[in-house]
Ligand binder design. Structure first.
Ligand SMILES: *Cc1c(COP(=O)(O)O)cnc(C)c1O
Length: 340
């Protein structure tokens, strides 16, 4: 076992999916890009293929979060998010799988009141997985609600474990530090040096965990680039830096992470979180039509649009290998039926 693996093994963890998730080349998209590609090689890491609850990036965080919940002898898991939260759906599935009760505090943060958004996609699955859904207005603070709900449950003799938004506490971020190690091992095995790893950035745990993981492995945090879909570029960078440092500290890593190592791009966010953009719709269609794969309209569709723009803009040197993490989220396509 490597030093990194032995440090990781000290944290309580439940198993939710098998590793490694595959790395594949996007040959048909490369072909479609034609001259604009300039020798760049595009790869994807299939974190959308995990076998539980439809899969997606939140399962990596939930392995450590549910491990912590079990250690604290919790019987109920409470997640917070928006109405179409992928994190809520995967928490409901993981809780069902491991015998926890699950409650979801979901706020109407995206002003879409049509039936598809309100009743299909993730929310349909939340109910199917047996979670109790608390429907909160957009003005509500779901974290505050969840803490109050936990106090009510405590008074009834139960123990609730309340998760941070998107599962992005330092403990949750460990899941993506593990992913950094997984990528490093696959890169060695495949004989590919990935110049950059590209991810969407919502609650920042995916970017922060990867950045902390690469630093703990003696590589650089600046190999990760994210596209923010929730906060502004500056707020997102600050949140990511804070979480990356906290995760590195949790790993006992002494190397410092500088603000300039955290590369966040706000150019694809559009007018708001969950608001569709034309470039997102084209990116989702391109991935579907050229590769038969599903991006999602809120996170990975916007981030992949950003990667396509970067390639067309000539950001990468000839022969560079770029790895895009497919973070899941396909159920929310059904909530955005009219956009497609
Ligand atoms: C939550 C989510 C993200 C963003 O991950 P964060 O760790 O919150 O930044 C990306 N893609 C999908 C599909 C998600 O559900």
């Amino acid at each position: 076992m490597s030093d990194f693996e032995s440090r990781i093994s000290e944290f309580p963890r439940v198993a939710l999916f098998s590793t490694p998730t595959p790395i594949e080349r996007l040959s048909r998209i490369e072909e479609a890009l034609g001259d604009a590609l300039r020798g760049v090689r595009l790869y994807i890491k299939r974190d959308d293929t995990m076998g539980l609850g439809g899969g997606g990036n939140k399962l990596r965080k939930l392995e450590f979060l549910l491990g912590e919940a079990r250690q604290e002898k919790a019987d109920t898991i409470i997640a917070v998010g928006g109405r179409q939260s992928n994190h809520a759906r995967l928490t409901a599935a993981a809780a069902a799988r491991h015998g926890f009760q699950c409650e979801l505090a979901l706020a109407q943060v995206v002003p879409r009141m049509d039936t598809d958004y309100q009743e299909s996609g993730n929310i349909l699955l939340d109910n199917l997985f047996g979670a109790r859904v608390h429907d909160l207005p957009g003005s509500a603070n779901p974290v505050e609600f969840a803490e109050e709900r936990a106090a009510v449950l405590r008074a009834e003799g139960r123990t609730a474990y309340v998760m941070a938004s998107g599962g992005s506490s330092p403990t949750g971020c460990l899941g993506y530090a593990v992913c950094a190690n997984e990528i490093a091992e696959q890169a060695r095995f495949l004989g590919i040096a990935f110049d950059e790893v590209v991810v969407p950035n919502g609650s920042s745990g995916t970017h922060a965990g990867l950045a902390a993981g690469f630093v703990a492995l003696g590589s650089s945090a600046s190999r990760v680039r994210s596209f923010s879909v929730l906060a502004s570029e500056e707020d997102s960078r600050a949140a990511t830096l804070g979480k990356a440092r906290a995760t590195a500290a949790l790993l006992g890593c002494e190397a410092t992470i500088e603000e300039t190592d955290i590369r966040v791009d706000g150019s694809e966010r559009g007018s708001a979180y969950g608001a569709p953009t034309a470039s997102m719709v084209s990116a989702v269609q391109l991935m579907a039509r050229r590769e038969g794969l599903l991006l999602d309209p809120v996170y990975s569709g916007k981030a992949f649009a950003g990667l396509l723009a970067a390639v067309r803009n000539g950001d990468y040197r000839d022969g560079a290998s770029i790895l895009f993490v497919m973070t899941g989220g396909a159920p929310s396509l059904f909530a955005y039926r009219h956009e497609f």
